[in-house]
Write a protein that binds this ligand. Sequence first.
Ligand code: GLA
Length: 410
Amino acid sequence: MNIRKLLFSLLALPVCFGAFAQKYDNIAKTPQMGWNSWNKFNCNINEQLVRETADTMVELGLVDAGYIYLNMDDCWHGERDSLGFITENKEKFPSGLKSLSDYLHSKGLKFGIYSDAGRKTCAGFPGSFGHEYQDAIRYAQWGVDYLKYDWCAAKDINPKGAYALMRDALKSAGRPVLFSMCEWGSNQPWLWAENVGHSWRTTGDICASFAEDMVYDGWKALSVLSILDMQVELRQYAGPGHWNDPDMLEVGNGMSVSEDRAHFTMWCMLAAPLLLGNDLTNMTKETLEIITNREVIAIDQDTLGVQGLKFKDDGAVEYWFKPLAGGQWAFCILNRSNEEVTLSINWKEFNFTDELSGLSTAFDKVLYDYKDLWNSKNVGNTRSNISVTIGGHDVSVYRLTPNNSKKSKK
Ligand code: GLA
């Protein structure tokens, strides 16, 4: 081999190994919002459910509030055809997924689908292993905008390679797709997937339980608080276009109203993807109020894109901050206990600099106006201490805005 050929081969190597491959950018600059079928419906999905859910998302203002993805999870699949292309289950989806996708797009929604990097999905349907490019082409033909990519039946498959392969397949198919990685944090994707997925699950599956994990045959579903605790050390890895995903929401699936409110608020403090997981066609007024609280959603969707931090805890009471654009902060108090607590908040005890964002609360120098986001009548400023009462398994969350007209002298 002459020297020119050798140089050319060396230069070509990174191309062959995908070193220059990119995921789609300009997707998920703020955490994705939508609905997913799994938490409530498991495998019981069909065309009628998807269409009714879409109609409801428009009618109830959920699309306006930002929930634009309608994602079908596992169990939509039929067989692979004679060429190896995946088909939909024709009994469940008689009009076909292209027509369903057209319907969702006509309603202003985006269409999400589910597959698995392994040989089978977690419910036993065909996985994408060995068919990645075919699947990506088929999804593009169907008008798919979002892919959740799971990790069952993946023995001896290299996770970094498997997820990068599907990223490249989606890119080659030419239709922008939000790539939602779901390998449950098993391979620490936060360390390597910033340029692979737009989000990655950080844990095993959630369940509709606030404080107690549920143990099933051979596996454990995690409570809201268990999952929350597992996010604390991961904040440095999240940011615009690449989010930690603490799993989909269980609001409206059987927890108490205060637990639902606390769950939703903490997911917003975490800058988590907000994927509703309840039956939207049949929910209570309280559930609707929680999921459409625009001021709480705005904490999640803040353009600074910094995951919140746990500043301190006093046993069952935790104090969380999230830096927001424009020098603002979200401040949240979480009561993990079953008992109501009354607390005195001395703002100056919360002076700190967040090393990740470089931003300081500087309560000794900056006067903030605050607004309680679940009780909009509760407004004031940080000149004086406040007393807060929080019920069991509940939160108080505030937006703090620098009051530029009256700089505090103290
Ligand atoms: C895994 C995922 C869940 C869901 C199911 C579907 O358990 O973590 O979110 O997608 O598979 O089978």
